[in-house]
Design a protein around this ligand. Structure first.
Ligand SMILES: [Zn+2]
Length: 300
């Protein structure tokens, strides 16, 4: 079973209610360390094919390359000796923030009202910060399937309208990427710009996947072997051609966001994942067990 995380927050954030804070993440990792066999993703993918996975095998992955993966999550992983993979977006490392976080930071800084007519929402009276999360979700959905350039242009415009200071750096920088590698964390590819690959031509998709891998190899000194498709829904966000391109770029495995346990029948270039990142630790053991049982019944 491959678990997906994005951020691990220092403290709870009302605009990111589904992201775990350090306390919740620590309790979750304690459950996994106690009850599961947590393996590095490349090793688990190989042993899945060989049929040598131990019982209750689990992998931990983080998408996008947030700085708090190093500052907050890595010390917890080290405490419990748990391996993990962080999938990194090249442009996010270079710019310090992703378009979706720029929107979230705009919503954080806005005061009474916000003109969201660019996404058809009109002028919106803003509730207090603690109640803005549903509006953030609506805004992100309205942006998601626009072209890359338009997402960035509109997110920048919204941010600049409400904020006086430059946006904060939320992503790892190259130096911190090295720290992650030195901490023994597997760093995987997640494209150059985090596009929905299915919306690109095959040449553009090849550039996103292969150029991102080449950049990562230069930045870390290691060829990445794990890849995650942006947004990751098989048949909608990526297709067979993208699986072939990932293989040609020398990745050994790729993960999707299809909600399921990986089994021996899974394609190594479309390994499904699950996410329980907002679950209290007291429910995590049951959720992991239930997912295993569901996949076992499916196979019978
Ligand atoms: Zn992502």
């Amino acid at each position: 079973m491959i678990l997906t995380y994005h951020r691990v927050l220092e403290r709870p954030d009302p605009l990111l209610p589904s992201e775990p804070d350090a306390e919740r993440f620590t309790a979750q990792m304690e459950v996994l360390a106690t009850l599961c066999a947590v393996l590095p993703l490349p090793e688990a993918a190989r042993r899945l094919q060989e049929g040598t996975l131990p019982a209750a095998a689990v992998c931990i992955t983080f998408d996008d390359g947030y700085r708090n993966n190093l500052d907050v999550a890595a010390p917890v992983l080290r405490r419990y000796s748990l391996p993990a993979t962080v999938f990194v977006v090249q442009s996010a490392i270079e710019s310090g923030i992703m378009w979706n976080d720029l929107l979230i930071e705009a919503m954080r800084q806005a005061t009474a009202a916000m003109d969201l007519s660019m996404v058809g929402l009109g002028s919106v009276a803003l509730p207090p910060l603690a109640d803005r999360a549903p509006l953030v979700t609506k805004l992100l959905e309205a942006f998601k399937y626009r072209s890359l350039q338009q997402r960035w242009d509109d997110a920048r415009e919204l941010y600049q309208r409400v904020a006086a200071a430059p946006p904060p750096r939320l992503m790892l920088n190259e130096c911190e990427l090295h720290c992650l590698v030195r901490a023994g964390i597997d760093v995987g590819g997640h494209t150059v710009n985090h596009p929905i690959l299915a919306t690109l031509t095959e040449d553009e998709a090849r550039g996103e996947i292969a150029d991102g891998a080449d950049w990562l190899e230069r930045a870390t000194g290691r060829r990445p072997t794990s890849f995650a498709y942006p947004n990751g829904r098989p048949g909608r966000d990526f297709h067979a051609a993208h699986m072939r391109i990932a293989r040609e770029a020398k990745f050994k495995l790729a993960v999707s966001t299809e909600w399921s346990c990986a089994t021996r029948e899974s394609n190594p270039f479309a390994l499904p994942r699950v996410s329980f990142c907002d679950s209290p630790a007291s429910r995590l053991a049951w959720q992991v067990t239930r997912s295993y049982l569901a996949s076992w019944y499916r196979l019978r």
